[in-house]
Design a protein around this ligand. Structure first.
Ligand code: UDX
Length: 474
């Protein structure tokens, strides 16, 4: 029978909150700490502060029993055996990860420590951070044998974060001390030994009582590098296919076919080969820059990563020019924009290429009507509505009277639009799709000119008179 571990999770952002709720779900006693009392109060009242599938149910299930929320870090440290640090590591102006929040947590833990504790790096941090945490603790007078520092990176994706946590491709435990590694093994035992999957209330997914997720033990430094290297590699895959997409456009080939042909090779794999308007979000842009700067600190030039970033930036610019070439001039044009978040299934707009593009279009004199299923409120905080920017109640409201329809985020509902209805609402039947959500032949059948990424422009099939009449009666 797996044992219940007393866990503190510091930080209630995406990583911290999801980890905290999932630790409670697999049977541990969790205190989640944040210095923002509005967040801890909302969470204590069962309000999920981020848009994430399954989070509201799990919060309701465990709140007040297996999980509690507080601003009191010292008390939480004293009540816990293991302290997961999941605070932000924002990008500084130089591209380095700013680790001041991590240092502040380590100092506070040092001041309140009351027995052996394991500090776990859950946030993405540069290699050697474990060493700095250890030195910070010792500088505050904590004996080196009363604590250990472990790296246990999180690989969850926003939108599928809970499922990624409970059905992980792998769990990485980077530890240089057996005692700490054993404690981490105990925390993940419900998943690695399968007890969780035997439960009737387990979240279904790819693993079950017979097929269990792997746990990899590494050194602390290797685990720190695994996280950065994994994110940088995924970003590289995206930039690679974006560069191939640009070649396909020039050579009149179809990048979707090319990616399919590449992805069938098991060594390459078909995931993260969707071209678009570039990657965004809170991880890839920050982590690629941080990994490059880690290499620099060791005197190494990881020039490949600079190329990844360059291609990513260029992708937005290319899409902007694609819209210009579809509409000839941009000043005074009315654009319907579908999608604000950095990808579908999340309300997160951090580093969203959609937001950057909206800014470029507004600067060029366009007016915009934008719609997103979840991210409008967050976007309004940085881009308030104005005479040039209106937020619509749905995709069809956004399209009314627009010169073109732009898809900037891969929300599923944007792949299922009623194209006949759209065609009647738009001033001109022009669809410019930055996420390749449609088959060109499908869109052109509905009378649209279709511009996508890495494929030739598809022009509408001439609509026979009878079907035009039918369309007008819809
Ligand atoms: C990522 C990693 O996937 C995850 O393992 C890590 O823990 C955190 O960073 P996330 O930022 O939630 O997760 O999003 P992800 O689904 O990876 O997408 C990142 C960006 O890449 C998005 O802007 C997405 O639209 C873009 N993307 C992804 C592509 O452009 N093409 C693809 O094929 C895949």
């Amino acid at each position: 029978m797996a044992r219940s571990v007393k866990i503190a999770v510091v930080g209630s952002g995406y990583v911290g909150l999801v980890a905290a709720v999932c630790f409670a779900e697999i049977g541990h006693e969790v205190i989640c700490i944040d210095n923002d009392s509005r967040k801890t109060e909302a969470l204590s009242n069962g309000i999920s502060i981020i848009h994430e599938e399954h989070l509201p149910e799990l919060l309701a299930k465990h709140n007040g029993h297996k999980i509690s929320f507080t601003t009191d870090l010292a008390a939480a440290v004293q009540a816990s055996e293991v302290i997961f640090i999941a605070v932000g590591t924002p990008q500084s102006d130089t591209g380095h990860a700013d680790l001041s929040y991590i240092e502040a947590v380590a100092s506070e833990v040092a001041r309140s420590i009351n027995g052996y504790k394991v500090l776990v790096e859950k946030s993405t941090v540069p290699v050697y951070t474990n060493e700095w945490i250890r030195r910070t603790m010792e500088r505050h007078g904590v004996e080196h044998d009363t604590f250990d520092v472990v790296s246990n990176p999180e690989f969850l994706r926003e939108g599928t974060a809970i499922s990624d946590f409970l059905h992980p491709d792998r769990i990485v435990v980077g530890s240089d001390h057996e005692r700490a590694a054993e404690l981490l093994d105990a925390i993940y035992a419900p998943l690695t030994k399968g007890d969780y999957y035997k439960r009737a209330d387990a979240l279904p997914g790819r693993f079950n009582a017979e097929n269990l997720p792997p746990l990899l033990h590494t050194s602390t430094k290797s685990a720190e590098i695994i996280k950065h290297a994994s994110n940088a590699f995924l970003a590289l895959k995206i930039s690679f296919i974006n560069a191939v997409a640009n070649l396909c456009e020039a050579a009149e080939a179809d990048v979707v076919q090319v990616a399919q042909g590449m992805g069938l090779d098991e060594r390459i794999g078909n995931r993260f080969l969707s071209p678009g308007i570039g990657y965004g979000g809170s991880c890839f842009p920050k982590d690629v820059a941080a990994f490059r700067s880690v290499a620099e600190q060791f005197g190494l030039d990881f020039g490949l990563l600079s190329e990844v970033e360059k291609i990513n930036r260029g992708q937005q610019k290319r899409f902007f020019e694609k819209v210009r070439s579809a509409l000839w001039t941009l000043r005074g044009k009315k654009l319907a924009v579908l999608g604000l978040s950095f990808k579908g299934d999340t309300d997160d707009i951090r580093e969203s290429p959609a937001i950057d593009l909206i800014r470029l279009f507004l600067a060029e004199g366009c007016s915009i009507t934008a719609y997103d299923p979840a991210a409008i409120d967050r976007t309004k905080e940085i881009l308030p509505a104005s005479d040039k920017l209106r937020y619509a109640s749905d995709a069809y409201d956004a399209a009314e009277g627009a010169d073109a329809l732009l898809i900037l985020t891969d929300w599923k509902e944007f792949a299922d639009l009623d194209l006949d209805r759209m065609r009647l609402l738009l001033q001109f039947p022009i669809l410019i799709d930055g996420r390749n959500l449609y088959k060109p032949s499908k869109v052109t059948k509905h009378g649209f000119s279709y511009f996508s990424v890495g494929r030739s422009v598809a022009r509408p099939v001439r609509t026979p008179k009878a079907s035009v009449q039918k369309l007008q009666t819809v």
